[in-house]
Design a protein around this ligand. Structure first.
Ligand SMILES: [Fe+2]
Length: 289
């Protein structure tokens, strides 16, 4: 007898991997990026999504907004956050949907609700930066993680947070900025850090053969430049996740499955070069021959 699929199981998701080399770390650092969940369930208690992150042995879980959605039951959202907090250090910033009632516009009430939501997220032990620089210690070295609110928090407020992040970047330290919308703040070209991680574009919603980058993204319109992928940004990168949401009945995804991103930061200089000859990587060994 075949077991029927549980109703809340949801569709599958892919794991999309990006690798970036940097001289600022001495060993590989692995970061899971879960964006735009919109409260969608992936199995009871989010077990499938959490199991995937556990298997990837992520050093941290980064959430660049729209994890919550006011149009839906918030149980799966809290299930994911609780499970994620138990797996690895977590970093969370708001997206437009954390400010809720998007079709009615942002109000003082929805901003107060977002502030209360952030406090509940912090109570789980999850960092919610608002322009602060936080340090993630890893075996490969220290990673600075900064974050800013969605512009729905208030344009001046978010600009001030962004400038504060720019001023806190330290040379020699790998710096990441979390921000929900990839098309804002001039494409982040003045952020002097290494990596900006965003969501919001949902992969351009429909991916068609021969069309690179999807059809439509909120804030970018038709044929978006930053629909989902890894882009060069000055000396650094902009990573845009296609997100994990699969429940937009009015705008279904096509050719664009939900995704969990795994970002591997690997050292561009072999850490064993100076000391242990036996442990040298193959590349260094062949260079020295
Ligand atoms: Fe979203």
């Amino acid at each position: 007898m075949r077991n029927s699929k549980p109703k809340d199981c949801g569709p599958g998701f892919r794991i999309r991997r990006y690798t970036v080399k940097t001289p600022k770390i001495s060993e590989e650092v692995r970061l899971a990026v879960a964006a735009d969940l919109h409260g969608c369930p992936y199995g009871e208690g989010q077990r499938r999504l959490l199991a995937a992150i556990r298997r990837e042995r992520a050093d941290a879980i980064l959430m660049p907004g729209d994890m919550y959605d006011d149009r839906d039951d918030d149980g799966p959202f809290w299930d994911f956050l609780q499970g994620a907090a138990a797996l690895a250090p977590c970093f969370y910033v708001t997206g437009n949907h954390e400010y809720g009632r998007c079709l009615e516009g942002v109000t003082n009430r929805s901003r107060a609700e977002a502030a209360a939501l952030k406090e509940k997220v912090r109570a789980l032990g999850i960092a919610v930066p608002e322009g602060e620089r936080l340090v993630l210690p890893t075996k490969g070295g220290r990673i600075a993680i900064m974050g800013i609110d969605d512009p729905f928090a208030g344009r001046n407020r978010v600009s001030e947070q962004y400038l504060r992040c720019c001023r806190q970047v330290r040379p020699g330290e790998y710096s990441i900025l979390l921000s929900h919308r990839p098309e804002k703040l001039g494409g982040y070209r003045y952020f002097p850090g290494d990596m900006v991680i965003c969501g919001h574009a949902h992969g351009g919603q429909w991916r068609l053969p021969g069309l690179r980058g999807g059809v439509y993204a909120p804030g970018q319109g038709l044929f978006p430049k930053y629909a989902g992928g890894l882009y060069r940004r000055g000396q650094g990168h902009l990573l845009v996740s296609c997100g994990l949401c699969y429940r937009y009945p009015e705008l279904p995804r096509f050719g664009n499955p939900p995704e969990l991103v795994i970002l591997r930061l690997i050292p561009s200089v072999c850490s064993s070069r100076k000391t242990d000859a036996a442990a040298k990587c193959k590349r260094c060994q062949s260079r020295e021959k």
